[in-house]
Design a protein around this ligand. Structure first.
Ligand SMILES: Nc1nc2c(c(=O)[nH]1)N[C@H]1C(S)=C(S)[C@@H](COP(=O)(O)OP(=O)(O)OC[C@H]3O[C@@H](n4cnc5c(=O)[nH]c(N)nc54)[C@H](O)[C@@H]3O)O[C@H]1N2
Ligand SMILES: Nc1nc2c(c(=O)[nH]1)N[C@H]1C(S)=C(S)[C@@H](COP(=O)(O)OP(=O)(O)OC[C@H]3O[C@@H](n4cnc5c(=O)[nH]c(N)nc54)[C@H](O)[C@@H]3O)O[C@H]1N2
Ligand code: SF4
Ligand SMILES: [Mo]
Length: 761
């Protein structure tokens, strides 16, 4: 085992003073003191890089990347390299907490019996009075497949509610909708290695450099082989700066751009007629609509130059193999599904499916964002991407679970509609696990009212999140290193976490908590599991013959093959890395064109709110930041939110770098320092969303939902911005030197000094 694998070597947990941020003397300064190297994967993003956790005694003290995992082959990003520091962190929750004397009383230490018995009793009381659906489950995709599977079963069988959903609703659900409408299977079409076979890569609304750093290394390899790059993003992200064609489109105008590109492809004879005839349905309608999207007109909608759109379409259309990658930029919109369908239309029209380097896929974000969306924890779903309203699927799952079909609830509210149902007191209690909506849901003031109004709110987390702060009962769960189990990466590759250590104190493994609660709800016979493997085996059986077929996947096969791509329907099957080589996912095997009209975002700038606000990520924090804001190096690099604004706009408004600025929308207002850059459209501002309380960008965002998938429009709303002398409430805790240093580092990103003009190289 090599030792010094990179220059930045995070200190062992016990050797780092979390509050001063200073390293202490390290007792693990030599490799001999490491007892075990546990092969596993990063707990953060969907790339699921392979890593070894270094264990000394009963503590995780370090990490090394795995050379043998083909996706990251010896690399980790800053989040992966520090993830191990959350395991043995002083902020870990180590015993249950309860408010014993009502909402305004403090969270106090409780025993497991007291906490779980109270939950079971209160759920039964509330359900007796208000019906079974008065209790909801709100789950998450940072958990293993086994846990996600268990949550769907727990909701339907132990609690008996139809309202179960999860945080993936806020993530790539638009892409799910597009996959379902266009291709028939909700999985990435290609393995990451397909990048190396593409002549052109078109990235729409994905900040690959910051959000999928290890995928970026594949992009560079593809570039080394001559692959051309087109990027559409209102911000000049690190990869956008290097693009052959960069399209800094106005937020919320993606489908217009994609239609115009299809228009050019058609008019210049770049469509693949043979592919369209053999493998698709519905071309004529889509073709005639696309012909109405003249690039000259679309250029005005998108705020781009027409020649840049035409050149991009030519480059894409002429490629022998082209890949389209999207992420939340295109998907976090009230037209997110349409946008994904417009990508699929472009790829289908040019025959870009089913061969190496050709496809359209979303870059799934969460660690288990792929598996979590097919295990049956979603409002309308049973395991294996089965449909909860399909009689055959219902009958099959009931036969595996051993329940009567009349007892299996029907579909319920998606996560985003649970909030209004709480406000209406239709939902009166919620069991939440692995989600932090007090940072992640739009229109925070309303979310807070909904959660505070619950009769009983239970949160299972390993750190006291902004959401757990509002709970009546907090259950201490486990981190990924304390459990085994599988996840499914953004490629559709099922991989396995291995257990390194035990949960600290009285904390328990999530699945044990859930099974225990099921027993106390009188449904123990349906949750007889004594190991994760048993849950996996039942889950496999549930998916047998379904779209997301895991039946042929075993823990041993995962180890032997370094992961298995589903579908893997038989014990002999090695899995399916590339989808759509012969058939699409519909009964006739053909893909479907769907004509897409461009419809503007729900909120457009006006006199009162003249700017477009968009939100998203930075490399150093992960989602709601509940983990990464507790990691010293990451916290130091991006300690507070900021407002990115273009130099020209800042000059016009008298805003200088580092000034406090107040941003207002129809939902609320927040104050943060300005980061004056040249890498964003002058009509747009950007705020990273990883922070809570008065630092939450989601105070501002628009809760309007996409009609099919109910994903919020995080990426576009109207906003006003002004310099203010009034520092925010959190300014007192700010060390100005730390803040200035972090903002300076942001400026050092090469892209920050460039202006986002449409570029042709
Ligand atoms: N460092 C880091 N990495 C992560 C995560 C993290 O929190 N931190 N989270 C993971 C998860 S769950 C996810 S979902 C992914 C998200 O990965 P990404 O989707 O890449 O990240 P975002 O920052 O949400 O948004 C991507 C880009 O969309 C652009 N954008 C904004 N509005 C529009 C628009 O209207 N059209 C287009 N075309 N682009 C627009 C933004 O400028 C931004 O650069 O990242 C995963 N990886
Ligand atoms: N404005 C704006 N808002 C956004 C976005 C945006 O781009 N802009 N992006 C959206 C997207 S793409 C996403 S994915 C969501 C994410 O939103 P959330 O899902 O709410 O955020 P997370 O930080 O993943 O929350 C997971 C919580 O569960 C805990 N946790 C993690 N793993 C486990 C586990 O294994 N077991 C248990 N018990 N707990 C666990 C973590 O400590 C954390 O508190 O945010 C969305 N919100
Ligand atoms: S790229 Fe994603 S999976 Fe890999 S180390 Fe970074 S956060 Fe972890
Ligand atoms: Mo996400």
């Amino acid at each position: 085992m090599s030792v010094d694998w990179h220059n930045f070597r995070p200190q062992g947990v016990e050797t780092y003073d979390f509050h001063s941020g200073r390293p202490k003397e390290t007792p693990w300064d030599s490799e001999e003191q490491i007892d075990r190297y546990v092969p596993t994967h990063c707990c953060y993003c969907g790339v699921q890089c392979g890593m070894y956790l270094k264990v000394a005694g009963d503590k995780v003290v370090g990490v090394e990347p795995r050379e043998d995992f083909p996706v990251n082959h010896g690399m980790l990003c800053p989040k992966g390299a520090t993830a191990y520091q959350t395991v043995n962190h002083p902020d870990r929750l180590t015993y249950p907490l309860m408010r014993r004397k009502g909402k305004n009383s403090p969270l106090e230490r409780a025993t497991w019996d007291e906490a779980l018995d109270t939950i079971a009793r209160r759920f039964r009381e509330i359900q007796a009075q208000h019906g079974n659906d008065a209790v909801s489950i709100y789950s998450g995709s940072s958990m293993t497949n086994e846990k996600c599977y268990l949550m769907g079963k727990f909701a339907r069988v132990a609690v008996g509610t139809r309202h179960t959903d999860y945080n993936g609703r806020l993530c790539m659900s638009s892409a799910t909708g597009a996959n379902e409408r266009s291709l028939g299977i909700d999985r990435a079409a290609n393995p990451i290695t397909d990048m190396l076979h593409a002549d052109v890569i078109f990235v729409v609304g994905a900040n690959v450099g910051e959000c999928f750093p290890i995928v970026t290394s594949w992009l560079w390899k593809a570039r080394d082989r001559g692959c051309k790059l087109i990027v559409a993003d209102p911000r000049q992200t690190p990869i956008a700066r290097t693009a052959d064609i960069y399209l800094p489109l106005r937020p919320g105008t993606d489908s217009a751009l994609l239609n115009a590109m299809l228009n050019v492809v058609i008019r210049e004879g770049l469509v693949d007629e043979e592919f369209i005839a053999a493998r698709t349905n519905g071309w004529e309608e889509t073709r005639s609509l696309a012909l109405q999207y003249d690039p000259e007109q679309v250029a005005k909608i998108c705020g781009l130059r027409a020649d840049a759109i035409i050149e991009a379409a030519r480059l894409y259309g002429r490629a022998k193999a082209a890949m389209i990658y999207t992420a939340r930029g295109l998907e976090h919109q009230s037209k997110g599904v349409d946008n994904g369908v417009a990508c699929a239309n472009l790829a289908l029209a040019t025959g870009n499916f089913g061969h190496p380097g050709a496809g359209y896929m979303t870059l799934t974000g969460q660690g288990n964002g792929q598996g979590g969306r097919e295990m049956g924890q979603k409002a309308s779903q049973l395991p294996g991407e089965r449909d909860i309203e399909d009689p055959e699927d219902r009958a099959y799952i009931c036969s595996v679970w051993g329940i009567d079909e009349n007892d299996l609830p029907h579909s319920g509210y998606p996560a985003t509609l649970q909030i209004p149902a709480m406000l209406r007191q239709e939902i009166r209690a919620c069991f939440m696990i692995c989600s932090n909506p007090m940072v992640s849901l739009p229109d925070q003031h309303t979310v807070e009212r909904a959660l505070r109004g619950l009769d009983l709110f239970v949160v299972t987390d390993f750190f006291l999140s902004e959401t757990a702060e509002l709970a009546d009962i907090v259950l201490p769960g486990s981190v990924w290193a304390e459990d085994e189990g599988t996840t499914t990466s953004l490629e559709g590759r099922v991989i396995k976490y291995n257990k390194a250590v035990e949960p600290p104190g009285e904390a328990r493994r999530d699945w044990e908590i859930v099974c225990d609660l099921a027993r106390r709800l009188g449904k123990g016979q349906y949750f007889p599991f004594s190991s994760v493997r048993e849950i996996f085996d039942e889950m496999r059986l549930c998916t047998k013959g379904a779209k997301a077929d895991y039946w042929g996947i075993t823990y041993e096969k995962i180890d032997a093959q370094n992961g298995v791509f589903w579908p893997c329907p038989t014990p002999e099957s090695v899995g399916t890395p590339r989808l759509y080589e012969e058939r699409f996912g519909f009964p006739d095997g053909k893909a479907r064109f769907n004509p897409i009209y461009y419809i503007p975002p729900a909120e457009e700038p006006d006199g009162e709110y003249p700017m477009v606000l968009t939100t998203g990520r930075v490399i150093y924090h992960y989602l709601s930041g509940n983990q990464t804001r507790r990691t010293p190096f990451l916290k130091e690099m991006a300690p507070y939110p900021w407002v990115e604004i273009h130099q020209e706009t800042a000059d016009r408004l008298g805003i200088r770098d580092n000034d406090w600025v107040q941003v207002r929308t129809r939902r609320g207002e927040m104050t943060a320092p300005a980061l004056v850059v040249r890498s964003i459209r002058p009509d747009t501002i950007f705020i990273p969303y990883h922070y809570g309380h008065s630092q939450a960008a989601n105070i501002l965002t628009n809760p309007v939902l996409e009609p099919m998938m109910k994903i919020p429009e995080y990426k576009v709303c109207a906003a006003a911005i002004a310099r203010t002398e009034q520092a925010p409430d959190w300014a007192a805790e700010v060390n100005p030197a730390v803040l200035a240093a972090a903002l300076r580092k942001r400026h050092e990103l090469p892209s920050a000094s460039d202006s986002p003009r449409p570029t042709l190289r």
